[in-house]
Design a protein around this ligand. Structure first.
Ligand code: ZN
Length: 79
C-alpha cells in the first residue's frame, strides 16, 4: 500500500486511502536502491528467478562469514 505523487488525492486525506496493494521489487544498482512495482502476474512470472537470486546472495553471505571465521581461528585472530 502506498501514496502516489499527486498533491490532491484520497491517499493524502486525513484518513488516507492508500493505493494498492502493489508488490514492490527493490534492488541495488551501483549503490542506489531501485524500486519497481510488479503486478501479481509479473511476480509469478519471475518468482523462480528472484528466489534463486536471493538464495545465491544468502549463500554468498554465508560463505563470507565462514571464511572470516576460518581465517580468524586459523590465524589466532579471534578474540
Ligand atoms: Zn494518491
Amino acid at each position: 500500500m502506498m501514496r502516489c505523487g499527486k498533491r490532491r488525492c484520497r491517499c493524502k486525506d486525513e484518513l488516507p486511502q492508500l493505493h494498492g496493494p502493489y508488490i514492490q521489487w527493490a534492488r541495488t544498482v551501483e549503490g542506489k536502491t531501485v524500486t519497481k512495482l510488479l503486478t501479481a502476474d509479473q511476480l509469478a512470472r519471475y518468482q523462480p528467478w528472484l528466489d534463486n537470486a536471493r538464495r545465491l546472495r544468502n549463500l554468498a553471505t554465508e560463505l563470507d562469514t565462514l571464511t572470516i571465521q576460518a581465517v580468524d581461528q586459523t590465524e589466532g585472530w579471534a578474540s
